[in-house]
Design a binder for this molecule. Sequence first.
Ligand code: TYD
Length: 198
Amino acid sequence: MGTLVALEGIDGSGKSTQASLLNDQLRDRGFDSVMFREPGDSVFGDKLRQQFRDGRTISAKEEARLFIEDRRIDVDENIRPALVAGKVVVMDRYYFSTMAYQGALGLNTYQLRKTNELFAPRPDLTLILDLPAETSAERIRAARGLPDSYEGTEYLRRVRELFLEFCESDVVAVDAEAEVGELNAKILRKVLAVVEGP
Ligand code: TYD
């Protein structure tokens, strides 16, 4: 079996940048590393992106269902085959995102975890790229030219709090306010400790 690493965090935490940097560095070091991102490109992922673009009209429960169905396909078609082939799999978001984002909409995080862990392999290491919701809102505004919304920042604050509640020995928060290179060095060190073993 390979090694499964997940990068998580609120919007604007820089996890997509960090996930692809990490994937490149693992490959440079000779690891057979692949990266997948969620939501993926299944019909369920398409429906979710359309919801985010055109405004949310579905319930939290339906939203969770779509993320989970999208993930089921990702696990079957991408994640599990890569792990069976002995690869390192880097995830740009995984099921902790459903627990935090849909949990912050009022769904039960424990139930969400159970539903996901019935089919989705548990990561060997999950890194939560942590930063305050206000910093995230500023970064999003700067990058996309979108105005700050009080509701949006409030929501991200709840998502962040939930992410932090999930921390345990194999779910670790790292300071995502750090500069890109510094954050990358920290992530790489933690991931190498897992893929290279003791
Ligand atoms: P993503 O494509 O990672 O957006 P970005 O690259 O801008 O961070 O994710 C899109 C949105 O989907 C993001 O706001 C987080 C949300 N999301 C959930 O609400 N639940 C989930 O299970 C996942 C995977 C993502």
